[in-house]
Design a protein around this ligand. Structure first.
Ligand code: PRP
Ligand code: URA
Length: 209
């Protein structure tokens, strides 16, 4: 599928197994989310543009590449997307961080927005939207629509576990967005939870179970 990148790396698959385990506690869960995000980020940022600058090594002057352009923006979808922010900041320490609050209605499973704060000049920046879970796709689709309304153009979405339905809906709604997925699970259940999944990602990251 064009613009959909499923991670096959054994380290990522191993760490996702630790996340799924109901006996994995909050501290380990947070640490693993961060590690997986870094591993996925390495792949998701593969196409960042470079520009050559002149530097001086202890031996001579030389031209050498650095990341080009305006600072990137990481946009976690609150709450659970926050857990992926520090992993990406380790790769992009000067990136800006925007926030979008989305919450799913427990009965209808429809997502609604409750907060949005984004940096300026979005059209000139690479934007990485994070959320560990892509279930029906509603939260990601609406969050990305907000970002586009505010001027965002170059948008990537990173999730750790996705339902096939969610990937398809997101791809249809935003065909220009690159979607990076740690693992595609089997299906959604009647409550729109991903199976086998890992449960409620926000609750497991923030210890609110
Ligand atoms: C979870 C998850 C995603 C969303 C995915 O958030 O973190 O944002 O559900 O579901 P969807 O693809 O069907 O929209 P939730 O609404 O539970 O809020 P939380 O992060 O505050 O727990
Ligand atoms: N949100 C979660 O946190 N987990 C799911 O399985 C579905 C939506």
């Amino acid at each position: 599928m064009k613009n959909v990148f499923i991670m096959e790396h054994p380290l990522i698959q191993h760490k996702i197994t630790r996340l799924r385990d109901k006996d994995t506690g909050t501290a380990e869960f947070r640490a693993i989310i961060s590690e997986i995000t870094m591993l996925m980020g390495y792949e998701a940022l593969r196409d960042l543009e470079l520009t050559d600058i002149e530097i001086e090594t202890p031996l001579e002057k030389t031209m050498s590449p650095v990341i080009a352009g305006r600072k990137q923006v990481i946009v976690p979808i609150l709450r659970a997307g926050l857990g992926m922010t520090d992993g990406l900041l380790k790769l992009l320490p000067t990136a800006k961080v925007g926030h979008i609050g989305m919450v799913r209605d427990e009965e209808t499973h429809v997502a609604r927005s409750y907060y949005c704060k984004l940096p300026g000049e979005l059209d000139e920046r690479v934007i990485i939207v994070t959320d560990p879970m892509l279930a029906t796709g509603g939260s990601a689709i609406d969050a990305i629509s907000f970002i586009k309304e505010k001027g965002g153009v170059k948008i990537k979405f990173m999730c750790i576990i996705a339902a096939p339905e969610g990937i398809e809906k997101l791809r249809e709604a935003h065909p220009d967005v690159q979607i990076f997925v740690g693992h595609t699970d089997r299906q959604l259940n009647d409550n729109a939870y991903i199976q086998p999944g890992l449960g409620d990602a926000g609750d497991r990251i923030f210890g609110t179970v």
